[in-house]
Design a protein around this ligand. Structure first.
Ligand SMILES: C[S@@+](CC[C@H](N)C(=O)[O-])C[C@H]1O[C@@H](n2cnc3c(N)ncnc32)[C@H](O)[C@@H]1O
Length: 468
């Protein structure tokens, strides 16, 4: 059975929907995207517009030829035809790019998006391959910034993370971190897209200086975690993260005996990971139900430990933490509610939980951040919690937040980017890391209709407390 969107079978549709992939070279990446975003039959003009460098243009032309697709580019265009796809690949241009050169590139992309908009067929996509990058020690989130600009004219739909197995070494001088991922961001022309592009008034670029050895040990840019199955107690929580992830970060950002803190502890995964690695585990949690599970897990673990690190978990709204509740924080590792996603009945994962009779959201408590329905209000409340906790953090302490960008009712909300942008007021942003999932079953979202990925990547956003 073939479909109206791109003529491919459901078997071919499914693998493309995974929200991350290991990069197998430009030819393969271009091919899979052309195959997915074009309907290859006589009913539509077989045209795309490509914006990239010479190397990319040569490759796309080769791939397009084999699929009978015509490629137009800034160099070759005279009269713009109707387009099934606009593909922009500026990954290589962005390598080591200065802020002023980036601004020029952004303006060029804006102008092309504006010029081409009327020619893009309704409900077809503009896709951009781009990256956040390091330039002379500054971490510049170009990709997030460019996406904000493109979202002024088109509907922001989705993203995929391209992962290099052998990353570029350009960043080595300033941090052992290496640029090992890029973003594939997807925008659609549709009934919600304004069609007018503008430069949003945000400042992602605060000229952050990354110091040498900013990371205590090497932190790569992505890792596939295959955590062990959750037991029957742990599964009662709708969004627990695995201790493996917490442990990975705790070991990299703290020394033994450090005070690790999580203001939204859920089932106590952060504390468990801390205690297991001989760090102290502290935190709060709003739900009495989950904190009970956390207490049981912590007590059981501590009985088995020879060294007895300290721990304390309070049943409390994270907004009400006082100075006297806990000692200073050396590392804050946490994951917030992903806005009010758990209240969305059709959300990813919800159907399965419902079928098993499991609790779908955290609580109906109005203090639960997962029950705030306004996106901006949710982001502000959350940031205020981290800002308040910053006052309890030791100088130079790190903060890592596990979070996802969100898709709700056909709209995308870049929660990770927005947090990164707002938190810069009191924290220095470090390069992001992706916890990748490959042990989940793919579901054919949007089959035959439009592109909707299965989100199998979680952002691990790391910051350092700014010193005054
Ligand atoms: C993503 S979950 C954290 C899961 C936890 N990391 C784990 O592995 O079990 C977010 C948690 O935040 C809690 N929460 C929501 N609003 C809160 C608030 N105002 N204060 C403290 N905790 C809150 C929820 O009850 C939920 O357990």
């Amino acid at each position: 059975m073939r479909n109206r969107f791109n003529n491919i079978t459901s078997k071919e549709w499914l693998p493309f929907q995974k929200s991350w992939f290991i990069d197998q070279g430009d030819e393969e990446t271009y091919r899979s995207n052309l195959r997915f975003f074009l309907r290859l039959d006589d009913s539509l003009p077989q045209n795309i517009f490509y914006f990239g460098d010479n190397q990319g243009e040569k490759t796309i032309k080769k791939v397009a030829k084999s699929l009978n697709i015509k490629v137009f580019s800034p160099k070759s265009i005279q009269k713009i035809p109707e387009l099934q796809l606009i593909l922009i690949d500026i990954r290589r241009q962005e390598e080591n790019l200065s802020l002023s050169a980036y601004r020029k590139l952004k303006k060029e992309v804006l102008e092309w998006a504006q010029t081409l908009y009327p020619y893009l067929i309704h409900r077809r996509f503009l896709s951009i391959m781009h990256q956040n990058t390091l330039h002379r020690g500054h971490y510049l989130p170009f990709a997030w910034d460019m996406s904000k600009m493109l979202a002024t004219g088109l509907s922001r739909r989705d993203e995929k993370i391209g992962c290099y197995e052998n990353p570029h070494a350009s960043a080595k001088k300033y941090a052992p971190f290496t640029q090992a991922t890029y973003y594939f961001s997807y925008f659609r022309k549709d009934e919600h897209s304004p069609g007018e592009f503008s430069m949003p008034d945000i400042n992602f670029f605060q000229k952050i200086k990354l110091e040498k050895n900013q990371f205590k040990t090497e932190v790569p840019n992505w890792k596939i975690f295959r955590p062990k199955r959750r037991n029957k107690n742990e599964i009662l929580h709708p969004a627990k993260f695995p201790e493996e992830v917490a442990q990975f970060f705790i070991e990299r950002f703290t020394r033994p005996k450090a005070n690790v803190f999580d203001p939204m502890s859920g089932t106590g995964s952060t504390q468990l990971a801390a205690l297991q690695t001989n760090r102290n585990g502290y935190g709060t949690e709003l739900s009495a139900f989950f904190i009970e599970i956390a207490h049981t897990r912590i007590t059981t673990l501590v009985e088995t430990l020879t060294q007895k690190p300290k721990h304390k978990l309070l049943l409390k709204d994270a907004r009400r933490i006082t100075k006297r509740d806990f000692p200073p924080i050396d590392y804050l590792f946490t994951s917030p509610p992903y806005w009010d996603m758990l209240n969305m009945k059709g959300a990813e994962n919800q159907a399965t939980r419902k079928a098993k009779g499991l609790q779908l959201n955290y609580s109906d408590d109005t203090h639960d951040l997962g029950n705030i329905s306004e996106y901006d209000e949710f982001v502000d409340e959350l940031c205020n919690i981290y800002f308040k906790l910053a006052q309890k953090m030791s100088p130079g302490a790190y903060l890592t937040i596990i979070v996802k960008n969100i898709k709700k009712k056909g709209k995308s909300y870049p929660l990770a980017d927005d947090l990164a942008w707002k938190l810069q007021e009191h924290f220095t942003l470090l390069p992001e890391f992706f916890w990748l999932q490959d042990d989940l079953r793919l579901a054919p979202y949007g089959y035959g209709y439009t592109f909707v990925s299965n989100t199998f990547h979680q952002y691990c956003l790391t910051f350092r407390k700014k010193t005054p």
